[in-house]
Design a protein around this ligand. Structure first.
Ligand code: FES
Ligand SMILES: [Fe+2]
Length: 346
């Protein structure tokens, strides 16, 4: 688990007024609730009295009342009312407080910041779906899928070019149309980027929707910690973007959340079709990653020595780099070269 980052707890629409919502992020149970102004708050999902999950609490105004002995908590985490002592605040206010987490909404997701002593507060807002430079409006859709897979494997799949023609055959390209690619990668503060100009769009239904004549595109793909893949596609005035996030729920479970946005054909109701396609694609990843987890569980170890596995190696080293930065290690070395060309066939 990597602390000091924003993680997606769920879709904004899932956190409804008056209905506390349970989530688990980085092994941490969290309860989300929406106050009278519509703002979302995140508290530890555990009453400080005897541990009942506060997601089972009933919401009273902008506070949560535990169903066991009626302690009432406000969004700052304070216990402001204990019925057994006459409906007054708990006398040991610090130990009766429940922990709180910064929470923000962005692009239809609720993001919760999981910090620690070294990075208790976020230094930037949550990540967002890339938007077109010309400011043209976009429509966007979201989809999520949980998998019984450790987080490292889920993150690997966000930047594993070699799995695409196999796991997602016919979606992003056809397996038989695989060809040699050369990608120039540059360094980002906690990740890496590759920009490709004049990319000939593969002949699949996804790219036919993006550009019926399959024109040439400029694409930008970023990977940044903790597990975020951002992608921009530009074909003339048409723009589409993707944000794919892998989130650690527990040591054994992860979730993928994907947003896709586009600035063309906005009048057509394509959202349901895109959502359905995203569900299929995430299901393909889920299935193969759960198989990987089964096999890996029998005997650990991986062979990551091909050029197409370089990104997985960088990811592991980026995590170490980040932990060294937080630990105050002098001059930690960024694992990604300032510029490097990688080659593979996909
Ligand atoms: S367990 Fe919550 S009030 Fe007792
Ligand atoms: Fe995939």
């Amino acid at each position: 688990m990597l602390e000091g980052f924003w993680y997606i707890a769920g879709e904004s629409v899932a956190v409804r007024a008056g209905r506390p919502f349970a989530a688990v992020l980085c092994n941490q149970p969290v309860v989300l609730f929406r106050d009278g102004q519509g703002r979302v708050h995140a508290l530890e999902n555990r009453c400080s009295h005897k541990g009942v999950p506060l997601s089972s609490a009933w919401q009273e105004g902008d506070s949560l009342r535990c169903p066991f002995h009626g302690w009432r908590f406000i969004s700052s985490g304070e216990c402001v009312e204990v019925p057994a002592i006459g409906n007054v605040a708990h006398p040991s206010s610090t130990s009766a407080c429940v922990k709180t987490f910064p929470a923000e909404e962005q692009d239809g997701w609720v993001w919760v910041y999981i910090g620690n002593d070294r990075c208790p507060k976020p230094s930037a807002p949550p990540p967002s779906l890339p938007v077109p430079a010309d400011g043209s409006p976009m429509v966007s859709v979201r989809q999520s899928a949980e998998a019984k897979v450790r987080w490292d494997f889920a993150v690997d799949s966000l930047m594993d070019p070699a799995h695409v023609p196999f796991v997602h055959n016919k979606y992003f390209r056809r397996r038989e149309a695989a060809r040699k690619k050369e990608k120039v990668f540059t360094r980002l503060p906690l990740g890496f980027r590759t920009i490709s100009q004049n990319v000939l769009l593969p002949d699949t239904f996804i790219f036919r929707a993006l550009s019926p004549g399959l024109g040439s595109a400029t694409t930008t793909v970023d990977f940044v910690l903790p597990g975020i893949h951002l992608e921009r596609w530009e074909i003339g005035k048409r723009f589409a973007s993707v944000m794919l996030v892998a989130t650690p729920l527990t040591d054994e479970r992860s979730r993928f959340d994907i947003s896709v946005g586009w600035n063309f054909l906005r009048g057509l109701s394509l959202g349901w079709l895109v959502r359905r396609t995203l569900r299929t694609i995430l299901g393909q990843d889920q299935e193969v990653l759960e198989l990987q987890e089964q096999g890996f569980g029998q005997k650990g170890g991986m062979l990551l020595n091909l050029e197409s596995d370089t990104l997985a190696v960088w990811y592991r080293r980026l995590k170490r780099y980040r932990l060294d930065q937080l630990a105050g290690v002098p001059n930690p070395q960024h694992p990604v070269p300032e510029e490097v060309t990688l080659r593979w066939i996909t």
